[in-house]
Design a protein around this ligand. Structure first.
Ligand code: HEC
Ligand code: HEC
Length: 190
């Protein structure tokens, strides 16, 4: 009997030791596993499977990522693809996933051909998106997103199809289609 008690308390002690030692790594693994689902489209090295329609999320601004996941989940931002995915995530995981992707490095790519400075509009964007367009709370990084994604996002704000921000539709409506296109081309080459 004595032997058994010692044996069990030994196992039990070991169990606690393992649980305490392993718990944090295990939590990180869990986010890593959930993030693998995202890699199918957003890329396992941060380069999206189709950059024209899928934005880069590696190294994107943290609070922006978090807000988008929440907006997709509660319908403030519509996306037939992202809404069901975000609905499948637990509230508790949104922040962890945002932290996970924000901590990654924006994917490197061959230097694109520099585009001419757009005739109108970019100075005002820099107040929020930062002078180098690398983003800052709460405005997302725009530098290096694809021309097609940028122009589509700008158009969606202008048409009030994307209304999860009160300022952006007004700014985008103040520009013509041609001006938006020139800005998107410039930003995509940064
Ligand atoms: C089946 C493809 C697919 C998968 C899987 C996917 N996404 Fe997306 N994601 C998209 C597309 C397409 C968009 C652009 C939606 C739009 O513009 O309305 C997007 C947009 C986003 C955005 C907004 C970024 C921005 O710049 O506005 C975030 C954040 C995001 N996804 C996070 C995730 C996370 C986190 C996962 C995994 C849990 C994930 N996505 C899985 C296709 C996907
Ligand atoms: C007052 C601050 C502010 C100004 C000025 C501003 N933006 Fe934004 N912009 C934001 C914020 C905040 C968001 C994120 C909105 C959200 O929650 O989806 C955003 C989102 C965007 C997006 C969507 C990015 C993505 O990944 O989907 C684009 C594109 C964009 N802005 C372009 C511009 C351009 C171009 C200008 C200048 C003509 C501009 N913005 C001016 C604050 C600003």
């Amino acid at each position: 009997m004595f032997m058994f008690t010692r044996f069990f308390s030994g196992i039990f002690g070991l169990g606690i030791g393992l649980a305490v030692g392993i718990a944090p790594a295990h939590a990180a693994d869990e986010i890593e596993t959930k993030a693998q689902l995202c890699a199918a489209c957003h890329g396992d090295k941060g380069v999206p499977a189709d950059p024209k329609t899928i934005p880069v999320i590696w190294g994107q601004e943290r609070s922006y990522l978090m807000k988008q996941l929440r907006d997709f989940r509660n319908g403030e931002r519509n996306s037939a693809v992202m809404s069901p995915i975000a609905k499948g995530l637990a509230e508790d995981d949104l922040r962890k996933i945002a932290v996970y992707f924000a901590a990654k490095t924006w994917p490197a790519r061959p230097a694109p051909a520099k585009q001419p400075l757009p005739p109108k509009g970019i100075a005002q964007c820099q107040a929020c998106h930062q002078p180098n367009f690398q983003g800052g709370m709460p405005a997302p990084r725009l530098a290096g997103l694809s021309y097609e994604y940028l122009v589509a996002a700008m158009r969606a704000f202008a048409a009030e199809q994307r209304t999860n921000n009160l300022d952006m539709p007004k700014f985008m409506q103040a520009l013509t289609d041609r001006e938006r296109s020139a800005i998107a081309r410039y930003l995509s080459a940064l």
